[in-house]
Design a protein around this ligand. Structure first.
Ligand SMILES: Cc1cn([C@H]2C[C@H](O)[C@@H](COP(=O)(O)OP(=O)(O)O[C@H]3O[C@H](C)C(=O)[C@H](O)[C@H]3O)O2)c(=O)[nH]c1=O
Length: 182
């Protein structure tokens, strides 16, 4: 399992070994050992799956403390641009984002720790998005930031995505009092 870090501290991309043969392919999609080199030991308690048409944008979401979630995300089919926005007060990269292209060829995975807003846009039909979470869903703790906030300036790679009504009214970063800190 190769790994790659990003200019924003805490974000990690994992690239698994894919074993192909005349039957198809095999890969390990998760091992706790992946995180050992980084000195973190996330405990996942919930797995999620969503399937989206091409051009769907979900996000930017997070859960507020004490229900903040770390997420290990990947696509089992299709392709998506995954986005993590640093919302940690005191972080030198507060309000900055990283994008990670997730696809079902490399089967790469992206670790987004608590303290980030998370979202993705799908680039292919029926993109199956899978993610492991380090805390349970708590609807009352849900929060978010507007996907096209000009202060963040995310390049989503496509114009005019399909966004839920709920996501279209999320707040701007400038009006947001972050509950996270480094
Ligand atoms: C997230 C979640 C949702 N739900 C229910 C609540 C709604 O009735 C329905 C759809 O939820 P929502 O529209 O919030 O789904 P997404 O827009 O895909 O939300 C996710 O999208 C971004 C990318 C994320 O990172 C979060 O994990 C999550 O917020 O599933 C549950 O029952 N459990 C859950 O863990």
């Amino acid at each position: 399992m190769e790994s790659k870090t990003y200019p924003i501290e805490g974000l990690i991309e994992f690239i698994p070994r894919v074993f192909k043969d005349d039957r198809g392919f095999f890969l390990e999609t998760f091992s706790q050992k992946m995180f050992e080199p980084f000195g973190i030991d996330p405990v996942f308690v919930q797995d999620n799956q969503s399937v989206s048409k091409k051009g769907v944008l979900r996000g930017l979401h997070f859960q507020k403390p004490p229900f903040a979630q770390g997420k290990l995300v990947r696509v089992a089919s299709g392709k998506a641009i995954d986005i993590a926005v640093d919302l940690r007060r005191g972080s030198a990269t507060y309000g900055q984002y990283v994008s990670c292209l997730l696809d079902s060829e490399r089967h790469n995975m992206f670790w987004v720790p608590p303290g980030f807003a998370h979202g993705f846009v799908t680039l292919e039909e029926n993109t199956t998005f899978l993610y492991k979470c380090t805390d349970y869903y708590q609807q009352a703790a849900e929060g978010g930031i507007l996907w096209n906030d000009p202060q963040i300036g995310i390049d989503w790679g496509i114009s005019d995505p399909l966004v839920s009504a709920k996501d279209e009214v999320l707040p701007l970063l400038k009006d947001f009092d972050s509950p996270f800190s480094v």
